[in-house]
Design a protein around this ligand. Sequence first.
Ligand SMILES: *Cc1c(COP(=O)(O)O)cnc(C)c1O
Length: 348
Amino acid sequence: MSSGTLTIDLEALVANWRALDSRSSAQVETAAVVKADGYGLGATQVARALARAGARRFFVAIAEEGAAIRQALGPGPEINVFSGHMPGDTEMIHDLQLVPMINSIDQMLRHVEALPGAPFGVQLDTGMNRLGMEPNEWAALQDIAVQQRPTLIMSHMACADAPDHPMNAHQLRMFNEMTAGLNVPRSLAATGGILMGPEYHFELTRPGIGLYGGLPFAEARPVAHLSIPVIQSRWISAGETVGYGNTWTAQQDTRIATIAAGYADGIMRLLGPWLSLYAAGGVPCPVRGRISMDLIGVDITHLPEEPAALEVLGMNQGVDDLAGLIDTIGYEILTSLGGRYARRLHGA
Ligand SMILES: *Cc1c(COP(=O)(O)O)cnc(C)c1O
């Protein structure tokens, strides 16, 4: 087998969910965001592990994802859809008992006309200008919507990864103003908001990235472990080059291992000049030359013997270490991992 092995540590996932749950009081429910295939790690397994651990509400981006989660979990857990009720979603919402987070007056009309009496939540925009009803829209709709007893009123924060950013207090104030006295369960906090403290928690929190081991939850346990087998290795002499475009030239005799993954597997081409993989014992081995679609050259000159595999993600290097090399975020590293790895589950 030459594919890499992506091990999903479900024990760490569940521990992260519990750790985030314990950041809010016992009255606050902790949901789980499993959109984008559980941040690339496999929504079915992730949702099942979290449901076994006690999670009762899940959030996805689009109705199709909700359908997959319903199939994984069966009846019971509540599955909420951030994009609300879009044209063409009605059947799925009805048959798979999804709860759309209604984002506009148009969506509200579509929902009550197509599925009168069916549950829904409301998403408000408190300044991010991405999804949800604006204050004036909400003012017009609020009385009618609240009469129909929404399951939840939620909003999302733009700067929760920067606790000192003035936007956080601004959005909190907006959310409190727009929901005062409504007596409907409320949710504002994702991972970052949970860490900012109790005034952001309301009745329900919605962590995503922290479950999967990413910042801003610095204490998270890593969940994704990625190891790539070495296909072959060779000695090259000073003056020889490695990979497309001859971008790297050996200065001395060098042993190069060729490993079985590349940018098609989410190891982005831009990482090339900065990335090291890790051999047993935590010995770093720098990438040499350009990252190809399916292959990467790695310098193993300093290793005592050819390794069977090298680690990309694990105890030596996490998703945010990789992200930091190319000015992106752990979320993007995780959701880029791709479908070619052999996936293994650990624990739970
Ligand atoms: C993705 C998302 C979340 C989860 O955010 P994290 O930063 O991953 O915890 C919560 N709410 C909404 C609306 C989202 O889009």
